[in-house]
Write a protein that binds this ligand. Structure first.
Ligand SMILES: NC(=O)c1ccc[n+]([C@@H]2O[C@H](COP(=O)([O-])OP(=O)(O)OC[C@H]3O[C@@H](n4cnc5c(N)ncnc54)[C@H](OP(=O)(O)O)[C@@H]3O)[C@@H](O)[C@H]2O)c1
Length: 357
């Protein structure tokens, strides 16, 4: 259903991931589209899908590498030449790069990343915002990240570019507050797109916790349409990360993020039994403790029962901490016993052979 026929959204980075999901939402709502990116084949195919599925009337594909000097100016000139009015600008295109800054990462890739994530986004905003203000109408969505508000070792330059995007956007929120033009920053947590592969971070632990790009795009789209200054998609869990980022010391945040960015440990088939055994023993201990507590509880006075209930409540967290530490200990004990047995096995075999001889 074309509810906003005649309006146009320009989206960078629509060929995949979050940008593609955003483009779909605009198409579903009846926007005409300008899609900007390097993969023009993919964008052409997407244009056909949108026309077929949602009756999108006009899709313009602009092939452009936004890491190149003045790429944004060229995009703007092409849009003007086609006499298209851009009502909504989405600066989604962005890349990351994984590795230690001093020794691992390549400067040319970092330079291109800064150009794309910072310069192109800023220039696109400058050019299209000027026209929006002249009309006193328009919306802009800038892709920031939860890394905008936390240091991120092993993705240091990327996090720096996203900190820029967030800060820049919030400054413009204030500058635009007396107009009908709005600007919104979208701060997703790690999301299930090709981003981590392209950044060389496919083995980072954080890729085990990725969220759905459809959800991210939907939350971003709704915040953009509502003219909100920022949105952290993903409900309470991600909002609590946001709050933590504002209140926790930077060193602590950097350590936390470093641990999330480290490579996943290699799976060790030999140790497969260890966690299972540990869980089994831990579960047994918990059941026995529960039975003992129930018996004790049933044999106490009303006053003591009230005290126990109070103590049980405040001890809840401590118990779960203690249980996980018991499990760790059991796992260690099992591992040590296993190593010792492996160490002693050849000696035992030799002694047996000598005895037989
Ligand atoms: N995935 C995450 O965990 C995550 C979390 C927070 C924020 N973000 C941000 O979300 C945005 C979208 O990322 P994604 O996760 O959807 O990753 P993605 O699937 O890799 O999409 C990146 C998009 O950027 C475009 N792009 C890359 N380099 C370009 C260049 N030089 N010129 C023009 N376009 C270029 C790509 O198109 P072409 O290859 O066709 O050019 C692609 O459409 C990025 O700004 C990213 O920083 C991602």
């Amino acid at each position: 259903m074309n509810s906003v026929t005649g309006k146009t959204a320009l989206i960078t980075g629509a060929s995949s991931g979050i940008g593609q999901e955003l483009a779909k939402l605009f198409a579903q709502d009846g926007y005409n589209l300008v899609l900007v990116g390097r993969s023009d084949d993919t964008l052409d195919r997407l244009a056909e899908v949108f026309k077929g599925n949602y009756g999108t009337q006009q899709v313009t594909v602009i092939k452009k590498n936004l890491s190149e000097e003045d790429a944004a100016q060229d995009v703007y000139n092409q849009v003007k030449a086609k006499d298209i009015t851009v009502n909504v600008l989405v600066n989604d295109a962005g890349v990351g790069l994984y590795g230690l800054f001093a020794t691992d990462t390549d400067w040319e890739r970092e330079k291109a990343m800064i150009h794309l994530n910072v310069l192109a986004l800023t220039q696109m905003t400058k050019l299209f915002l000027y026209d929006m203000l002249a009309r006193n109408e328009g919306k802009i969505l800038n892709l920031a990240s939860l890394l905008s508000i936390t240091p991120s070792p092993l993705m240091a330059v990327y996090a720096g570019t996203k900190a820029y995007v967030y800060n820049f956007t919030q400054s413009l929120v204030n500058e635009l507050k007396d107009t009908n033009v709005t600007i919104t920053a979208l701060l997703p947590n790690a999301t299930d797109t090709d981003f981590f592969n392209k950044a060389g971070a496919q083995n980072a632990k954080v890729t085990d916790e990725v969220q759905d790009p459809v959800m991210v795009a939907k939350d971003g789209y709704e915040a953009l349409m509502a003219g909100k200054p920022k949105i952290v998609p993903g409900g309470l869990k991600n909002k609590s990360y946001e709050v933590l980022a504002y209140v926790a010391p930077q060193e602590a945040l950097a350590s936390l993020m470093h641990s999330k960015m480290l490579p996943k440990p290699e799976p060790d088939a030999d140790n497969d039994m260890s966690p299972k055994l540990a869980w089994g023993i831990g579960f047994g201990i918990a059941v026995l403790a529960g039975v003992a507590l129930t018996v004790a509880y049933n044999n106490t006075s009303v006053y003591d029962k009230a005290r126990y209930r109070y103590k049980a409540k405040s001890a809840g967290n401590a118990i779960s901490d203690a249980l996980s530490s018991v499990l760790d200990t059991v796992a260690d004990v099992y591992q040590n016993a296993k190593s010792k047995a492996e160490e002693l096995a050849p000696k035992a075999k030799k002694a047996e052979e000598e005895l037989v001889a």
